[in-house]
Ligand binder design. Structure first.
Ligand code: ATP
Ligand code: MG
Length: 311
């Protein structure tokens, strides 16, 4: 049995725009499965449909059509049973801002008919970091601490599957790394975890990922497999005038794509064998301290290519 199975799910919304109603497709015939105990990432930009998908799977939103199940239970018929089994950390901050850390946790334990004491083992590693602030109102916590508390609250009824909607958005890089460490530890306890993110680099933290754009799933695979399937030549290019360099690259017909990546531009040339010609062209344009080197695609290169294809 799959932890999650999604078959042809479509979800549309009616949006009012200057008195006219417009139909927006948030999820367009989406299908995929998640194995038991898998750490599965849903990666996609703003408005891709991530939250709609999570809300359907956690039974708080109905799809227009299609079928979905969580641990073999139907999201429509068996919604009560599903709610007992899933932990859901919504993207937008879900805690009670006026309650303290401790009160929030007790509250979430109580609504699931359990106690903090009973399931303390599961949250212990995370909660010890929060303990010094247990009398502080949730609203007065830092971003990283809020995320930790929200995760504790989503875990306190010992779910067998976790849905984390953009848990690292707006969190500083160190806290982001901490958060992924915590998620990996939870995975060792056989909890299936679905996590959404708009940060493409976080794809590498997952065992499997679905790339979603405008309600369509572009690919479902392991990060390694996705990058190994990148089928175009790729160069990293830099110089001492990065601003002009991008302009020069994009003005060259032999350049299919050029986009910033760290201290370089990643460039997809029309022809892998004409690197020397490209270098000569850039030198002739007056580029100094030029560096042009062939590289292997990373997950972000793969995503950019897939998204361009789908656009
Ligand atoms: N309640 C709603 N009413 C109308 N349109 C909606 C509603 N919720 C979402 N949408 C639209 O559906 C599309 C998908 O939104 P959704 O929130 O599922 O995406 P997302 O990937 O979670 O985006 P974000 O990164 O902004 O969280 C967007 O175009 C959004 O504007
Ligand atoms: Mg969202």
């Amino acid at each position: 049995m799959n932890a999650v199975s999604v078959e042809h799910i479509t979800k549309t919304y009616l949006q009012k725009e200057q008195k006219k109603e417009k139909k927006v497709t948030a999820l367009d015939d989406v299908s995929f499965t998640v194995d038991k105990g898998e750490l599965f990432g849903i990666i996609g930009p703003d408005g891709a449909g991530k939250t709609s998908l999570f809300r359907i799977l956690t039974t708080v939103l109905l799809a227009d059509s299609g079928k979905a199940s969580v641990e073999g239970l139907d999201v429509v018929k068996d919604y009560r049973k599903i709610r007992d089994r899933v932990g859901y950390m919504p993207g937008k901050f879900s805690l009670y801002q006026d309650l303290t850390v401790e009160e929030n946790l007790n509250f979430f334990a109580t609504i699931f008919n359990t106690t903090v004491k009973k399931n303390y083992e599961l949250i212990k590693d995370i909660y010890v970091q929060l303990e010094p602030f247990k009398k502080r109102r949730a609203g007065a916590l830092s971003g990283g601490m809020k995320q930790k508390l929200a995760l504790c609250c989503a875990l306190i009824h010992k779910p067998s599957i976790l849905f984390l909607d953009e848990p690292t958005t707006g969190v500083d890089p160190v806290s982001r790394r901490d958060f992924w460490d915590m998620i990996k530890k939870l995975k060792e306890q056989d909890i299936a975890i679905l996590v959404s993110t708009a940060y493409m680099d976080e794809a590498n933290m997952c065992e499997k990922i679905a790339l979603i754009q405008k309600g369509n799933i572009l690919t479902v695979s392991s990060p390694e497999k996705i990058t190994s399937e990148f089928d175009q030549p790729l160069l990293a290019v830099r110089s001492d005038d990065m601003y002009q360099l991008l302009y020069d690259l994009r003005a060259n017909k032999a350049v299919k794509e050029a986009y910033p990546f760290g201290a370089y531009y990643h460039v997809i040339p029309e022809d892998a064998n004409k690197t020397k010609e490209l270098e000569a062209y850039l030198q002739q344009k007056g580029q100094k301290d030029l560096e042009v080197k062939p590289i292997k695609a990373n997950i972000e290169d793969s995503f950019i290519a897939l998204m361009k294809k789908n656009d």
